[in-house]
Design a binder for this molecule. Sequence first.
Ligand SMILES: NC(=O)c1ccc[n+]([C@@H]2O[C@H](COP(=O)([O-])OP(=O)(O)OC[C@H]3O[C@@H](n4cnc5c(N)ncnc54)[C@H](OP(=O)(O)O)[C@@H]3O)[C@@H](O)[C@H]2O)c1
Length: 234
Amino acid sequence: MSGGKIAVVTGANKGIGFETARLLAGEGIKVILTARDEARGKKACEKLKKEGADVHFHRLEVTDQVSIDDLYEYVRKEFGRLDILINNAGINIDTDKSGMEMDLDTMRKTMETNVNAPLALCQKFIPLMKENGYGRIVNVSSQMGQLSGMSGGNMAYRTSKTALNVITLLLALELNDSNILINAGSPGWTRTDMGGPNAPRSTEEGADTIVWLATLPDGGPTGGFFQDRKPLDW
Ligand SMILES: NC(=O)c1ccc[n+]([C@@H]2O[C@H](COP(=O)([O-])OP(=O)(O)OC[C@H]3O[C@@H](n4cnc5c(N)ncnc54)[C@H](OP(=O)(O)O)[C@@H]3O)[C@@H](O)[C@H]2O)c1
């Protein structure tokens, strides 16, 4: 169904991003696997190539506009279009239990990576998607950003994922006359460096909804928040 398409996955050297790249490649999609660390990214890329994936490495530090511009030039020159953008790279660096005590630098850094960076990538690549009349964007969010289920702790991370959901919804409204579908996907608590070893989900389970959103048919949902392929309350 999605064969021949081209996808960019951010933060794909490990964890949910790596698994998303693997699953997309399994659907016949050409994957541009990006990572901020060239050695780690290339290693991940080689691993997928050995499995037969059509995967290409390009370095991307998501908080650096020059790096985003460089990726854009590469994609445009080499492939001429982009069909799928997975904004997966993220950090969870909260250490303070209470918002009253939190270091505001934690908030700044978290927002830069988890909110500004996905927005910057959308701003850069949506015009290219428009040229081709097709796009699927998945912003990897979290239930921790769900306002209706908000509980204490992790103020910066929670705020960033709630903000990412807002960006997703607002861009979807701006794109409503196009074939560009943009959604927020929550992987659920997943065993990765971020999720830790006690998380109940495998990376394959965590990546499932992301890949589903990335391969939605024309006319599929947009501006939504999903987990396990089902809508979540905001
Ligand atoms: N695991 C969970 O339970 C869970 C639950 C809900 C949502 N999520 C979300 O799922 C996404 C992936 O998380 P994960 O669990 O796979 O985490 P992870 O194992 O810590 O992987 C995070 C990835 O993001 C990359 N990254 C971080 N900052 C970056 C930057 N400035 N530029 C480029 N890449 C950057 C990391 O690169 P390095 O290797 O270089 O650090 C790594 O590849 C995140 O958005 C996270 O918030 C995870």
